[in-house]
Design a protein around this ligand. Structure first.
Ligand SMILES: Cc1cc2nc3c(=O)[nH]c(=O)nc-3n(C[C@H](O)[C@H](O)[C@H](O)COP(=O)(O)OP(=O)(O)OC[C@H]3O[C@@H](n4cnc5c(N)ncnc54)[C@H](O)[C@@H]3O)c2cc1C
Length: 385
């Protein structure tokens, strides 16, 4: 068919699934939508925080990507090996795929190995296997010192390690064992959720204090001794632990770096409103991009942004294919639930593109926000895939 176009989406995480679904709604089935991921399964990452404290099973938060085939989306399981953005030709498991439009949403690589000993010593709860192994370890621990660690100052979902520490607290309270475990949070960053502003940081710090979780910011881990169960920090501090739960350092996916697609930030650069890269008809969204904000830090990496960016890109591709010029614009708005345990969550959000700094508010924790997160989880897992 002469007028049939191929839209190739790299990545089947939040951004990829949202883009594919939004495009399919807008485009006739004469146009091919191809989605590529190296994994067969899509995991709803916000629920990893419930998996790590036994409130979900791995299966309950996972869906096969191939389900998208029911929506006329052509799913390919394979490793993206090379991207030629000038010609929009992508190599997937040795096969070249040509695209009229390319949407790159490959997320972030998690690289615990850059900190010696880290991967051997602890549980990486940013992965499904790490969150599951953390729960196995937590349920067998009857006393001791648990350290929740951020191994680099910038990572996706800036609330997650703070939520994780509070959910661990909740888990031990429910078992009546809280007075037998110490839970401490060592963070590489200077304050929780710094881009959201000092009032949000201070509210989260107070929540930790109220739960008896000592907080140690500006502690950059440099090495972990897995045998002695000891952390060493750049400031010379050494800390022993019985159980370590960590957020690993992140970096742009290997194929993005190897294909020369990173900008000065080490991530992909895009127009902050249209998510267009410098290559025609090539877009990038989600964690793989870095969008600088006026306050000097980038837009946080979060699914809520990947999802909204996907809508904008889908709209603009559909408009371009229909010969319409007026582009949709991503406006930097986003929000998130902050689980604090006890069936409650806070809710923070606002305009991250506001200048000179983001205008973000944090609502008081309540059971309503917790139910809000449950609703988002269910609607994602049951309506998107
Ligand atoms: C514990 C946790 C809790 C979170 N909670 C929240 C929350 O409450 N709210 C929120 O907004 N965000 C949250 N996030 C963040 C959110 O999950 C991410 O920001 C979001 O998934 C980013 O979407 P993405 O499409 O950019 O990347 P991803 O969803 O990470 O998708 C990238 C995809 O690309 C694939 N891929 C990578 N490289 C290749 C390759 N070479 N070949 C083939 N496939 C490849 C990967 O397999 C992956 O499926 C949380 C994250 C974690 C870990």
């Amino acid at each position: 068919m002469a007028d049939s176009k191929t839209i190739l989406i790299l990545g089947g995480g939040v951004g990829g699934v949202a883009t594919a679904r939004a495009l399919r709604k807008r485009l006739a089935t004469t146009h091919r939508i191809v989605l590529v991921d190296r994994e067969r399964d899509h995991v709803f990452a916000p629920s990893l925080l419930w998996l790590m404290v036994g409130k979900r099973t791995a299966d309950a938060i996972t869906r096969p990507l191939l389900r998208l085939a029911r929506k006329d989306i052509d799913v390919r399981v394979g490793n993206v090996e090379h991207i030629d953005p000038d010609r929009r030709i992508v190599t997937v498991a040795g096969e070249k795929i040509a695209a009229d439009y390319l949407v790159i949403t490959l997320g972030a690589d998690l690289v615990p190995d850059v900190i010696p000993g880290l991967a051997q010593a602890g549980h990486n709860f940013y992965t499904r296997s790490g969150a599951a192994s953390l729960w196995s370890a937590l349920r067998n621990l009857r006393a001791g010192r648990i350290v929740v660690l951020t191994a680099a100052p910038a990572y996706k979902c800036p609330a997650a390690p703070y939520e994780g520490a509070m959910l661990i607290d909740d888990s031990f309270r429910r078992q009546g064992l809280r007075d037998r475990v110490q839970i401490e949070l060592y963070a590489a960053e200077p304050a929780p959720m710094g881009v959201a502003g000092p009032h949000v940081s201070s509210a989260v710090t107070q929540l930790l204090a109220a739960k008896g979780i000592p907080y140690h910011p500006e502690h950059q881990v440099t090495a972990v001794d897995a045998d002695r169960k000891r952390l060493t920090f750049a400031n010379g501090t050494e800390v022993d632990f019985d159980l370590l739960a960590y957020v690993p350092p992140h970096r742009a996916p290997a194929v993005i770096r190897d294909s020369g697609l990173t900008g000065e930030s080490g991530w992909m650069s895009v127009d902050r409103h249209t998510l267009q890269t410098r290559w025609p008809n090539v877009f990038a969204i989600g964690d793989v991009v870095s969008i600088p904000l006026a306050l000097g830090k980038p837009l946080p990496k979060a699914g809520v942004f990947a999802n909204r960016e996907a809508e904008v890109v889908a709209e603009n591709i559909a408009h371009a294919m229909a010969g319409q010029a007026e582009p949709a614009r991503f406006d930097g708005h986003g929000d998130c639930f902050i689980e604090i345990g006890g069936g409650k969550a806070g809710f923070g959000g606002g305009d991250f593109y506001a200048e000179p700094k983001p205008a973000v508010t944090l609502r008081q924790p309540s059971w309503r926000w917790h139910l809000g997160k449950v609703w988002v989880e269910k609607s994602w897992l049951y309506t998107k895939l």
